[in-house]
Design a protein around this ligand. Sequence first.
Ligand SMILES: C[S@@+](CC[C@H](N)C(=O)[O-])C[C@H]1O[C@@H](n2cnc3c(N)ncnc32)[C@H](O)[C@@H]1O
Length: 203
Amino acid sequence: MYGNIEGVVGRRDMYWNYQPSVPWVPTREEVIKALLSLLSIPSGYTVYDIGCGDGRVAIALAEEFPGIHVKCVEARKDLVDKARKAIEEKGLASRVEVIEGDFFKISLSDADLIYMYLLTSVNQKLRPKLEEELRQGTIIVSLDFPIPGWNPVAVVELPRSWQRAFYIYAKGLSDGSASLESREKILENVLHVIRIKKHELRL
Ligand SMILES: C[S@@+](CC[C@H](N)C(=O)[O-])C[C@H]1O[C@@H](n2cnc3c(N)ncnc32)[C@H](O)[C@@H]1O
């Protein structure tokens, strides 16, 4: 009876749980490995995976970088439960927080780094929120989908995967909001956190 409704995305109503407008497609294991070798996340960083699915990226980041705190935001209850279970089993509950909800409604103002694997259309809708809430220098790594209107500081291609590239952004540089004096400082931090050479930067 409800079969035709179940395919509808991005709606809320009185009978069904929130259906996010991005389907769950996990980041592949080899891409997670590439992500871990691309990053060097300092202790004390607060890292988000917005739309974190079953938590696999959040878990991998927390395991690789023991000094960070991870926030895994997910709208689908079944995936939230899966993520919480896996995090508990790995003994990471004190450092990986699972937030059940809509990332459009959750403040991202304490983020030092955000990982996301969404869609270009969703990134476009997120852009004003990122511009309003993020601190200067916050780094965003977006798998496969750019943020329209922002300039990536780097694009790292993944030649051996159908998940093709990481688009890397830095608030302030990518949206042009940083002052001349702060640009150098943000760039320096990007090169500290992302293992790329200065000549690979797009700015
Ligand atoms: C492509 S999957 C990526 C999952 C995970 N980040 C990974 O890389 O393995 C996108 C995820 O975002 C979730 N999602 C979509 N829109 C959301 C929203 N507005 N708030 C919270 N989660 C959302 C979906 O349920 C899905 O699990």
